[in-house]
Design a protein around this ligand. Structure first.
Ligand SMILES: NC(=O)C1=CN([C@@H]2O[C@H](COP(=O)(O)OP(=O)(O)OC[C@H]3O[C@@H](n4cnc5c(N)ncnc54)[C@H](OP(=O)(O)O)[C@@H]3O)[C@@H](O)[C@H]2O)C=CC1
Ligand SMILES: CC(=O)[C@@H](O)[C@H](O)COP(=O)(O)O
Ligand SMILES: [Mn+2]
Length: 389
């Protein structure tokens, strides 16, 4: 079996570190050529010394200087900045790029990697939310594989082999409901970031954890699913499943439902994306039904958690709407994490940004960058005005 050579973008984050755990389990299957981080110099140095990539890239200048100094005398090259990241994914020896950067910062390197013929293991859902139409067009044009890492999309992907001639009737994305499931709008008036950061089932980075609490994560996943599986918006349903054991389901035209199940552990979807179509033996903990006698399901409360409807609206409207939604969401989450904005205020600002930023069909690459920047500016100024910052 030939070894696959990886670039791991965002290797210091939650998905990135779990990816390296998977890689370390299969030394005969993987080598690592590129690791990238934002500002976590200490962890990147440790990873570089363990995995000996050809190149590491950081986005933060201070962190870059630290890493460069620490790796003097090794054969690991160190680079810094957005351009270096875009160059790094294009190295000839890379087979597959695992994108675990958070936010729309993942867009440029992902496009560069596709254009260089690299397969993509996609955790960075924001890339597909922002520019799903462009990305799927490029994936077809450059004949690369777009392998889902996100647990729900991996679940759907795992239900599809053998069904190539059977159209999907619909998919059902499961959502945990987050830490505030069952709460009313009145309850949510004063929730804190510490409460929002306590996901009931998954240990993840801060941004996606807030998105899970606000149901925006599921909204982004609805848009991600549309592009990954070429679905109409009416073929995508969301159901709350608080135990996060059924990771999602596919319904075929005869009414049969296929589901993928397992413990909430990202290492399995990461491994599947990296070894697809093979399933390699591992020692990860196994699910036991007897420990989960009650698997339950509820309808999402979209009156309280408005983000899910805003995402469906963006998907129905098409064009630049999902890009605007995503950019506004990135701004409000950052603001909520700085205690500038209330939990419920996040949806208000996203909705107002969607009203204020013009609608645009048929986008080129530069248009995505333009509307991303413009929506960030609008969302930021709405927050500043409303909260008198
Ligand atoms: N965590 C999870 O279980 C899941 C995550 N995802 C998706 O995967 C992606 C990553 O999530 P997660 O791992 O939780 O996030 P984390 O915040 O834990 O990690 C983000 C990573 O990206 C790096 N990074 C952040 N900003 C930039 C930037 N502007 N340029 C370059 N690198 C940057 C960080 O570097 P540093 O820390 O060094 O600053 C870190 O390595 C997200 O899109 C998320 O939605 C999807 C499914 C599950
Ligand atoms: C692990 C993963 O894929 C996350 O996207 C997770 O699904 C978040 O949980 P929620 O269902 O609460 O959004
Ligand atoms: Mn998910």
């Amino acid at each position: 079996m030939e070894k696959k050579n990886l670039a791991v973008l965002g290797s210091t984050g939650s998905v990135g570190t779990q990816t390296l755990e998977v890689v370390a389990c299969f030394p005969d299957r993987f080598t690592v050529s590129v690791l990238t981080a934002g500002r976590n110099a200490e962890l990147l140095i440790q990873q570089a010394l363990q995995f000996r990539p050809k190149l590491v890239v950081l986005s933060d200048e201070q962190a870059y200087l630290k890493v460069k100094e620490a790796l003097v005398g090794t054969d690991v090259q160190v680079a810094c900045g957005e351009e270096a990241l875009v160059d790094a994914v294009q190295l000839d020896e890379i087979d597959i790029v695992l994108t675990a950067i958070v936010g729309s910062a993942g867009l440029k390197p992902t496009i560069a990697a596709i254009k260089k013929g690299k397969d993509i293991a996609l955790a960075n859902k924001e890339t597909l939310v922002v520019a799903g139409e462009l990305i799927t067009k490029l994936v077809d044009e450059y004949k690369v594989r777009l392998l889902p890492v996100d647990s729900e999309h991996s679940a759907i992907f795992q239900c599809l082999p053998g069904e190539e001639n059977n159209p999907i009737e619909k998919i059902i994305l499961t959502a945990s409901g987050g830490p505030f499931r069952g709460k009313s709008r009145a309850d949510l008036e004063r929730v804190t970031k510490a409460q929002a950061l306590k996901h009931p089932n998954w240990s993840m980075g801060a941004k996606i954890t807030i998105d899970s609490a606000s149901l925006m994560n599921k909204g982004l996943e609805v848009i991600e699913a549309k592009w990954l599986f070429d679905l109409d918006v009416d073929q995508i349903e969301v159901v709350i499943h608080p135990q996060s054991i059924i990771h999602s389901l596919v319904q075929f035209q005869d009414g049969s439902l296929k589901a993928q199940m397992g413990l909430p552990d990202m290492k399995l979807p990461i491994q599947y994306a990296l070894t697809y179509p093979d399933r390699l033996q591992n020692e990860f903990p196994r699910f036991n039904f007897l420990n989960y006698p009650n698997l339950t399901f509820e309808t999402p409360d979209v009156q309280t958690f408005r983000n899910l409807d805003l995402a469906f609206q963006a998907l129905r409207e098409g064009g630049n709407r999902a890009c605007v939604l995503n950019a506004a969401n990135e701004i409000v989450v950052a603001s909520f994490l700085k205690d500038e904005l209330s939990f419920l205020g996040m949806s208000d600002i996203i909705e107002e940004t969607m009203c204020q930023v013009e609608q645009k069909e048929k986008l080129e690459f530069e248009d995505y960058l333009h509307y991303d920047a413009e929506s960030r500016r609008v969302a930021r100024s709405l927050i500043e005005r409303r909260y008198k910052l």
